[in-house]
Design a protein around this ligand. Structure first.
Ligand code: AMP
Ligand code: TRP
Length: 339
């Protein structure tokens, strides 16, 4: 069989399940903007169907979806260049998600570390949606025949499963229909850690607000959180190797490098030898300079929710135009009558 060559197309998504963190920004949104500027077709989604795999208050969900859209736009995603939309408005995601639930195996899902983390000790009480989450995620990506997916480190396993779903579908039906999507996990901050504990991921669900920088934090709050961030007593090394067993130091250097669009090595060439008493104020200045304009713009955009809804509606219509023919073809391959 000749291999089908898929034109490059970028897809990624974030759950509107709470405020955006610096981890979301550096690990995901900032990378989304880079890919948008590379000229490839880009689609970025607010995955509201994924968010409800754990309880979401309806009013909060609505607010968080708009705030996430405002965050995307404020950070540099341009609705004229990228397709920005929310998942539930493009029903092809859920439909292909069902088909993939019949392709993916229980054993694959049971191995997913994000399910184990989120379900915790009481897995019997987790929603069925949380268990099947990766099948819907594979559908998000493959309904556009996406070739590249920018994400943070923590999504690597889900992207491997997406490839497994595509491969099994193609194999079972004897087609070369779905592409083998490439994860794009790049930059200096693919895994931003908690400011209070360098062994834990920075997360919107951490009970301690001091553990994270929220994209809506004002300059004073950002400064306070960085000043209080956990460190060690040593000066910064001049090479990345010296950060190996210093998770908190490494995290702050990674954050600095990513905010400054630099490599870690280039950053350490500048700041190597400095004490945290000197480095932290530099990080505060940089973080405030880079993040304040985004939070100010987010607040401005949130004053006009109707305009955000209009942008999402327009993006959804454009997304449906790509997704629906691929869904129809998939139904045909599976043997569904569509008259
Ligand atoms: P979520 O908030 O779980 O929907 O994550 C959305 C995107 O942000 C995914 O691409 C994640 O990999 C990325 N992300 C979330 N937290 C972090 C973090 N602490 N460091 C780097 N990337 C992150
Ligand atoms: N699972 C991702 C997260 O928790 C969110 C997500 C859903 C996603 N569908 C996606 C990311 C498709 C990339 C592509 O962060």
């Amino acid at each position: 069989m000749t291999e089908v060559v898929h034109t490059p197309r970028v897809f990624s998504g974030i759950q509107p399940s709470g405020g955006l963190t610096l981890g979301n920004y550096l690990g995901a949104i900032k990378r989304f903007v880079d890919m948008q500027e590379s000229g490839i077709e880009t689609l970025y989604c607010m995955v509201d169907l994924h968010a409800i795999t754990v309880w979401q208050d309806p009013a909060d969900l609505r607010h968080n979806t708009r705030e996430l859209a405002a965050g995307y736009i404020a950070a540099g995603l341009d609705p004229a260049k990228s397709i920005l939309f929310n998942q539930s408005q493009v029903s092809a995601h859920a439909e292909l998600g069902w088909l993939f639930s019949c392709i993916a195996r229980m054993g694959w899902m049971k191995r997913m570390t994000q399910f184990k983390d989120k379900a915790g000790k009481n897995a019997e009480n987790a929603s069925l949606g949380l268990f099947g989450y990766p099948a819907l995620m594979a559908a998000d990506i493959l309904i556009y025949h996406s070739t590249h997916v920018p994400v943070g480190e923590d999504q690597k396993q889900h992207l491997e499963l997406t490839r497994d779903v595509a491969a099994k579908f193609n194999h079972d039906f004897g087609v070369d229909f779905f592409p083998m999507t490439e994860p794009v996990i790049e930059g200096a901050a693919t895994r931003v850690m908690s400011l209070r504990d360098g062994s834990k991921k920075m997360s919107k669900s951490d009970p301690s607000d001091a553990s994270r920088i929220n994209m809506t934090d004002d300059a004073d709050t950002i400064a306070k959180k960085i000043r209080k961030a956990k460190t060690d007593p040593d000066a910064l090394p001049s090479e990345a190797e010296g950060l190996k067993d210093r998770p908190e130091a490494r995290n702050l250097v990674n954050i600095f490098a990513a905010l400054n669009d630099q490599t870690v090595d280039a950053t350490l060439a500048d700041v190597g030898g400095k004490q945290f008493s000197e480095f932290k104020p530099m990080l505060v200045d940089l973080a405030v300079n880079k993040l304040s304009p985004i939070s100010t713009e987010m607040a401005r955009l949130m004053n006009d929710p109707a305009e955000i809804d209009r942008i999402l509606g327009d993006g959804s219509a454009r997304a449906r135009k790509i997704a629906n023919p691929i869904l129809e073809k998939t139904y045909d391959i599976v043997g569904m009558i569509r008259s």
